[in-house]
Design a protein around this ligand. Structure first.
Ligand SMILES: Nc1ncnc2c1ncn2[C@@H]1O[C@H](COP(=O)(O)OP(=O)(O)OP(=O)(O)O)[C@@H](O)[C@H]1O
Length: 331
């Protein structure tokens, strides 16, 4: 299996896939390949185009231009085949609160044409898969947010899809529920071999994916495993709290040739091998230093490096004065 998702057997393939809503170019010509068995994440801030991209790949949104396929089926010309191959868990909750967990799934299986002799077996399996078997007799309206999301995942699995689309599966959930969802998603991916394509704007969640595509302004700006993407940054961030940050900035700049940034009482800069570099700061700088922290690159730094701002910053605002981590000044 090609680990980069390339090759004839790609589970997801997009070529120049684009969608405009009037003047808004939500997705601008995306190329993407996901191999069977991958746990793949689309990481980007609100409005980046993640939902529109998976909407097109799941046949719910018609592309303006470009092509795409799922398990070899064309997303426009072979919609029924695509739909049979995928399970969908989207952001809007669509469960019936007045039905039990069991009947929510049974009802769905029946309208999706699961053969009647298979319905009970599949519902049982799906409820067990997401850890809700014991809760099957309760009304969905009495479930916690995390349980409801797991029930939706169970529903997305009823027709045994090869690919599961999860749009922000843990948005709005507490950390424990998020962890429970993740346990199930990992298990489905690892033990059942289901390919997962998910969107998230949580950096910690993106860390769980085998590969991620960072998406911003409707474009994929980089693709790779979280470790690869962070390694490409190649620089640590050194944060120094000082009594006189301006004086320290001046010294770091003139004596060590750095391009430091002052934020409040902190001066920060990026440098390769931050821990080895810090002793030089102490030996060559006179300004009084209160504390020093060295941080390895995070996925937020990856986002910053490729877009010029943090993932939580509004799209129109650059991070004024911040040094881009890739190709920026410094040593
Ligand atoms: N039906 C629509 N009509 C008009 N504009 C739309 C429509 N759907 C999406 N957009 C716009 O397209 C852009 C991308 O939206 P999209 O929902 O795909 O982003 P996202 O990354 O999924 O964000 P979020 O996490 O907030 O859902 C946004 O500017 C959005 O306002």
């Amino acid at each position: 299996m090609a680990t980069d998702g390339s090759g004839p057997e790609a589970m997801v393939r997009a070529r120049g896939l684009a969608k405009s809503f009037g003047e808004v170019e939500a997705v601008k010509g995306v190329d993407l390949e996901v191999a069977p068995g991958e746990l793949f994440g689309l990481l980007g801030p609100n409005g980046a185009g993640k939902s529109t991209l998976i909407g097109m790949l799941s046949t719910l949104i018609t592309p303006t231009s470009g092509t795409g396929s799922i398990a070899g089926f064309d997303i426009v010309r072979e919609r029924p085949d695509v739909r049979r191959s995928i399970g969908l868990v989207f952001q809007e909750q669509t469960l019936d609160r007045y039905l039990t967990g069991w009947y929510n799934l049974k009802f769905h299986a029946e309208i999706y044409g699961v053969p009647s002799e298979e319905v009970d077996g599949r519902v049982t399996r799906a409820l067990r898969d997401v850890g809700l078997w014991e809760e099957r007799e309760r009304l969905a309206g009495t479930y916690s947010g995390g349980m409801r999301r797991r029930l939706e995942i169970a529903r997305g699995l009823l027709h045994r899809p090869r690919l599961l689309f999860l749009d922000e599966p843990t948005a709005g959930l507490d950390p424990r529920s998020r962890e429970a969802i993740w346990d199930r998603v990992r298990e489905l991916n690892e033990s059942e071999g289901i390919t997962v394509l998910m969107t998230t704007h949580y950096l910690e969640e993106a860390e769980n994916c085998g590969r991620i595509a960072v998406i911003d302004g409707g474009e994929i700006v980089t693709v790779g495993s979280p470790a690869e993407l962070k390694a490409q940054i190649g620089r640590d961030r050194v944060e120094i709290v000082a009594r006189d940050p301006e004086a320290l900035r001046e010294e770091l700049s003139t004596r060590l040739g750095l391009a430091p940034v002052v934020e409040g009482d902190t001066v920060w800069f990026t440098v390769a091998g931050g821990r080895r570099f810090v002793p030089r700061v102490f030996s060559e700088v006179d300004a009084e230093i209160t504390s020093v922290q060295v941080r390895s690159p995070s996925l937020d730094d990856v986002f910053l490096a490729h877009t010029g701002r943090g993932i939580d910053s509004p799209a129109q605002e650059g991070r004024g004065g911040a040094e881009p981590l890739v190709g920026g000044p410094g040593r």
